[in-house]
Design a protein around this ligand. Structure first.
Ligand SMILES: Cc1ncc(COP(=O)(O)O)c(C=O)c1O
Ligand SMILES: N[C@@H](CCSC[C@H](N)C(=O)O)C(=O)O
Length: 380
């Protein structure tokens, strides 16, 4: 089945009890056992829920994994995945990851004995050099949040496999429409379902997908034990969003191409970051491992212009954290999404105080361009 059809017909897409073509929301917290020793598929909703199971089977199908697990947020999914590791284990982590992931690693997981080595995963020599016998996982985003940097998934998977380390990829920015890390050798994919998967900025959710049955069994245990499961209502809403992922991504990307071109030509802009730029040193890798380049763009203003003034003057494009929704959202990572990273580390990693991140929505592209244009013109 091709991808758009899989979005609609993949996983469990029909209620086996009633034949309903939209999976019902099963809100029951517990299930009646006819006899004490009855073996039932459903017992208690944290351990398993038919609506959540339908979403999970769809996500496993879309990422070509063995099984998927739905969590109450992307951060909860990442926490469960880090919980596969034990005190004393080391994780090689990409230098440019979502600020909340950096915070989870450094301010939470470290206290439980995990050690993190920050590496520029675009540089394979740096990744290899960071390997030692305690390294049990390599964790990265590609494209990264917020610099849109691209790492070579297949090459990193080879390093991870050689050293028996898990390779964990946050696929939030690409979505499975554009990139399938498990096919390229990763062991686990995580998502903030809050973003492109949900697609409408109306829910918070997380997904972890395991390639192997062994990791799936461990994640099933952790999901039930830690308990940060996605509710049946949000599972249904996320599934509903996923059905239109392909249709939305095509409009997102078409609009993003127009915005990139506009920004490159603008006298107000100094630098544009987008995986689809041929001038990007990782362009050939992005072209090889991604179907499309997505709709996230980061940029810096030319010297005399201030990011704060620009974002304050937009009308239609909303100044808000988050991304991947139908509406265009803009933010300043240093103050908003990556504010929890200490300034000196942020600057060292390339996130300047004036960096602006734009999530291009699916409005008419003329309106997006017009809003950018009017805000830029007020800066003179
Ligand atoms: C790339 C990435 N991963 C993970 C997360 C965490 O997801 P959530 O906000 O759903 O917890 C976010 C944003 O928050 C993100 O941008
Ligand atoms: N991943 C999102 C969410 C943003 S930050 C949310 C909150 N302020 C926090 O610090 O946890 C994005 O990149 O937009």
């Amino acid at each position: 089945m091709k991808f758009d059809s899989k979005l609609i017909h993949g996983g469990i897409n029909e209620d086996e009890e009633t034949g309903a073509v939209s999976m019902p929301i099963y809100r029951a917290s517990t299930y009646h056992k006819p006899f004490l020793n009855s073996k039932l598929k459903w017992e208690y909703s944290r351990s398993g829920n038919p609506t959540r199971a339908a979403l999970e089977s769809l996500m496993a199908d879309l990422e070509n994994g063995n099984a998927a697990f739905a969590f109450s947020s992307g951060s909860a999914a990442i926490h469960a995945v880090f919980s596969l590791l034990s005190a004393g284990d080391e994780v090689i982590i990409g230098k440019d990851v979502y600020g909340g992931t950096f915070r989870l690693a450094n301010q939470v997981m470290k206290r439980f004995g995990l050690n993190f080595t920050v590496v520029d995963t675009r540089n394979l020599d740096e990744v290899s050099a960071a390997i030692n016998s305690n390294v049990k996982a390599i964790y990265l985003e590609t494209p990264t949040n917020p610099l849109l940097e691209i790492s070579d998934l297949a090459a990193i998977a080879e390093i991870a496999q050689k050293h028996d380390a898990l390779m964990i990829v946050d696929n939030t920015f690409a979505s499975p429409y554009n990139q399938k890390p498990l096919d390229l050798g990763a062991d686990i994919v995580v998502h903030s379902g809050t973003k492109y998967l949900g697609g409408h900025s109306d829910l918070v959710a997380g997904i972890a997908v395991a390639k192997s049955e062994k990791i799936a069994e461990q994640l099933a245990f952790l999901q039930n034990s830690i308990g940060a499961v996605l509710s049946p209502d949000d599972s249904w809403l996320l599934m509903r969003g996923i059905k239109t992922l392909g249709a939305r991504m095509r409009v997102h990307e078409d609009n993003a191409q127009a915005v990139v071109k506009y920004l490159l030509d603008s006298k107000y802009v100094k630098k544009v970051m987008y995986p689809g730029l041929e001038t990007n040193p990782s362009f050939s890798i992005a072209k090889r491992q991604m179907k499309g380049f997505g709709a996230m763009i980061s940029f810096e203003l030319a010297g005399q212009y201030r990011a704060e003034e620009f974002v304050n003057r937009l009308h239609m494009i909303s100044l808000a954290e988050s991304l991947g929704g139908i509406e265009s959202l803009i933010e300043v990572p240093a103050v908003m999404t990556h504010g929890s990273i200490p300034r000196e580390i942020r600057l060292k990693n390339g996130i300047s105080d004036g960096l602006i991140r734009l999530s291009v929505g699916i409005e008419d592209k003329e309106d997006i361009l017009a809003d950018l244009d009017q805000a830029f013109k007020t800066l003179d």
